[in-house]
Write a protein that binds this ligand. Sequence first.
Ligand code: AMP
Length: 213
Amino acid sequence: MKIIVFLGPPGSGKGTQAARLSQHSGLVHLSTGDLLRTAVKDGSDLGHAADGFMKRGELVPDVILIGLVEHQIAQNLSAAGFIFDGFPRTIPQADGLKQMLKRNGRSVSAAILFKVDSEEVVRRLSARWSCPACGAIYTVIGDNGSISMCEKDSSALTRRHDDDPAVVQNRLAVYEEQTKPIENYYRVESVLREIDAQQTPEEVFKALLQALL
Ligand code: AMP
């Protein structure tokens, strides 16, 4: 079973590339952000627990995330592998994932770091639109009115509340403080691969495939 972890700040293209890699490889794309947004929309207990943290751009507590991921893995035991998009985001989550995998004789195969500078992140997130139905992500630079419908299912595109500039600044600060230390965690385990995520989505995908060889 292949276990791939995507690391990188918000707006670094993890979601877009994970969807693409999943289509290309058949690995299950597991986005904790998407799972939590669905839970909030459904009004489930998980959604109620996560909502406030997400609105403020803070991390949802580790114990909730570890339980959520453990459940998702159990639901997909026959999968060829997983692409974790947005998990782990703290050292305790990375340890939790390690323990979960170890119980089944597995470990993280590769941790891909999507490198992009903060000005580019702010530029991308202020232009990010997404499809509430299928989760497709669009970056609309310039005239925001030029794409208003999802190309896949024609749903009206929406903005994420946490892409508001004030919340973006908080999410970037949270990344620096709580998630960045994971880069070294996986470097020490010799599974970290860094790719330049400032390039076009096509170029980033090529670099990603190269990094996974
Ligand atoms: P994302 O879509 O990955 O940017 O995640 C959106 C929001 O969901 C984050 O700002 C957090 O509030 C929450 N979230 C997603 N993944 C995690 C995680 N691994 N740990 C804690 N909070 C998370």
